[in-house]
Design a protein around this ligand. Structure first.
Ligand code: NAP
Ligand code: G4F
Length: 347
C-alpha cells in the first residue's frame, strides 16, 4: 500500500518541491489550497496536469485559520504524514498583519495537531513542522545550532516559535511523531517575488533587458545563510523518515550580505557594482558607465531586523547524511538563467 501525505502550503515554493520529491518516492500527495479569486497553482500545475500522477495527486480547499476544515480533511484523507508548510511567511508583512500571522502560523499548527489528537491518530500520523531560523533573532553572533537560545524579533518569528514549542509539547504529551525542521533561508527560481533574492534576480534581469532602470532595496548589510529550496525539501522528507522524532537545523554554514548577493547577480550579467554614499543615500553604481543601478528605500526596512544568520546542520548530516548540495553561485546562476529566460520570452 502506498503511503499518503498531506502537505499544507503546497502552492508555495517549498510545497511544490516537496510534492515532486514525495511523488517520485511513490507517496500519494494531498495538498491544501486556499481559495482565492485568482488561481495560484502555477508552481504545481506540472504535477496536477501530469497524467503520470492522475490518481496520486489531489488538491483540497482549506485554510490554516479554519479548524473544522482541518479536522474534516485529516479525517477524510487519513494521511500517514502531514507536512505543515502553510504560513504567512514574509517577515516584513508580519509587522503589518501580526494577528493574522499569529493565527495562521501559530494557531494553525495547534489546529492540525489537535486534529491528529481528536481523531485518535496519534500513533498513525507523522507530523513535520516548518520551523525557521528567524526564531533565533539576534541571540547568537556566530554559528547557530539546535541548542541556541530563541529570541525572535518579529511577529512571524514569535508565531513560529509557538508552533515549534506546541509541536514539541504534543510529541512529549501525547507521543505523536512530531518533528521540527529549523530551516535557514532557502531560495530558488520559485521563490516568491517579494523575498530579497528573487526580487534582486528579477530586477537585475529587467535592467539587462532595459525594462527597469534600477533596483530599490532595504538593509544591504543583513547577512543570510542561503541554500537551495530543492535540497531543503529533500531534508524535510529525510527528517520525517527518521525512526524517532527530533528537531534538526538545515543550513549551509556560510552566509553573505544582501550587498554581496546583489553584486553577484550583477556579475552574472557582466556588470561590476561599486558602492558610494551611506545609509539611505547609498547607491550601487555600474563601474563602467557610472549609472546608478541600486538605490536604498526606507520602505524596505523593518521595525526590527535579524542581522546575521548562519547555521550548523551537523546534527542532520550525522543522523541522515543531509548536505546542502547547491553553492550560492550555482543558486544564483539557476535563478538568473530562469529570470532572463522568462523576461527574454516576454520581450
Ligand atoms: P511560501 O512560498 O510563502 O508558501 C507559503 C504557503 O502557505 C503557500 O502555499 C500559501 O498559500 C500557504 N498559506 C499561507 N497562509 C495560509 C493559510 N492561512 N491557509 C492555508 N495556506 C496558507 O513559503 P515557503 O518559502 O515555501 O516556506 C514554506 C514554509 O517554511 C513556511 O511555513 C515558511 O514560514 C517556512 N520557512 C521558510 C523558509 C525559507 O527560506 N523559504 C525558511 C524557514 C522556514 P498561497 O499560495 O495561497 O499564498
Ligand atoms: O528575503 P527576506 O525577506 O527573507 P527573511 O526575512 O530572512 O525571511 C525568510 O527566511 C526566513 C528564514 O530565516 C523564513 F523563515 C521566512 O519565511 C522567509 O522565507 O529578507 C532577507 C534579508 C532581510 O534582512 C531583509 O531586511 O534581506 C533584507 N532586505 C533588504 N532589502 C530585503 C530587502 N528583504 C526584502 N524582502 N526586500 C527587500 O527589498
Amino acid at each position: 500500500m502506498s503511503k499518503i501525505a498531506l502537505i499544507t502550503g503546497i502552492t508555495g515554493q517549498d510545497g511544490s518541491y516537496l510534492a515532486e520529491i514525495l511523488l517520485e518516492k511513490k507517496i500519494i500527495v494531498h495538498g491544501l489550497v486556499r481559495r482565492s479569486s485568482l488561481i495560484k497553482t502555477d508552481r504545481i500545475d506540472n504535477l496536477y496536469y501530469n497524467p503520470k500522477y492522475k490518481s496520486k495527486f489531489f488538491l483540497h480547499y482549506g485554510d490554516m485559520t479554519d479548524g473544522l476544515n482541518l479536522v474534516s480533511l485529516v479525517k477524510k484523507i487519513n494521511p500517514d504524514y502531514i507536512f505543515n508548510l502553510a504560513a504567512q511567511s514574509h517577515v516584513q508583512v508580519s509587522f503589518e498583519t501580526p494577528e493574522y500571522t499569529a493565527n495562521a502560523d501559530g494557531l494553525g499548527t495547534l489546529r492540525l495537531l489537535e486534529a491528529i489528537r481528536i481523531l485518535s491518530k496519534t500513533k498513525k500520523i507523522k507530523f513535520y513542522q516548518a520551523s525557521t531560523s528567524e526564531m533565533f533573532g539576534n541571540s547568537e553572533k556566530s554559528l547557530i545550532n539546535e541548542n541556541t537560545k530563541f529570541e525572535p524579533v518579529s511577529p512571524y518569528g514569535s508565531a513560529k516559535l509557538y508552533s515549534y514549542w506546541i509541536t514539541r509539547n504534543y510529541r512529549d504529551a501525547y507521543g505523536i511523531y512530531a518533528s521540527n525542521g529549523i530551516l535557514f533561508n532557502h531560495e530558488s527560481p520559485r521563490r516568491g517575488e517579494t523575498f530579497v533574492t528573487r526580487k534582486v534576480a528579477r530586477a537585475v534581469s529587467e535592467i539587462y533587458f532595459n525594462k527597469s532602470k534600477y533596483l530599490v532595496v532595504g538593509n544591504l548589510n543583513a547577512k543570510r545563510d542561503w541554500g537551495h529550496a530543492r535540497d531543503y525539501a529533500f531534508g524535510m522528507y529525510q527528517i520525517i523518515c527518521q525512526k524517532k522524532p527530533a528537531d534538526y537545523i538545515l543550513s549551509t554554514g556560510k552566509n553573505y550580505t544582501v550587498r554581496k548577493f546583489i553584486e553577484k547577480c550583477f556579475k552574472f550579467i557582466n556588470i561590476k557594482i561599486v558602492w558610494k554614499g551611506k545609509g539611505l543615500k547609498e547607491v550601487g553604481i555600474n563601474k563602467k558607465n557610472k549609472k546608478v543601478l541600486v538605490k536604498v528605500g526606507k520602505r524596505f526596512f523593518r521595525p526590527n531586523e535579524v542581522h546575521d544568520l548562519r547555521g550548523d546542520s551537523s546534527k542532520a548530516k550525522k543522523a541522515f547524511g543531509w548536505n546542502p548540495n547547491t553553492s550560492i553561485d550555482d543558486l544564483i546562476k539557476e535563478m538568473m538563467v530562469e529570470e532572463l529566460k522568462t523576461l527574454g520570452r516576454e520581450n
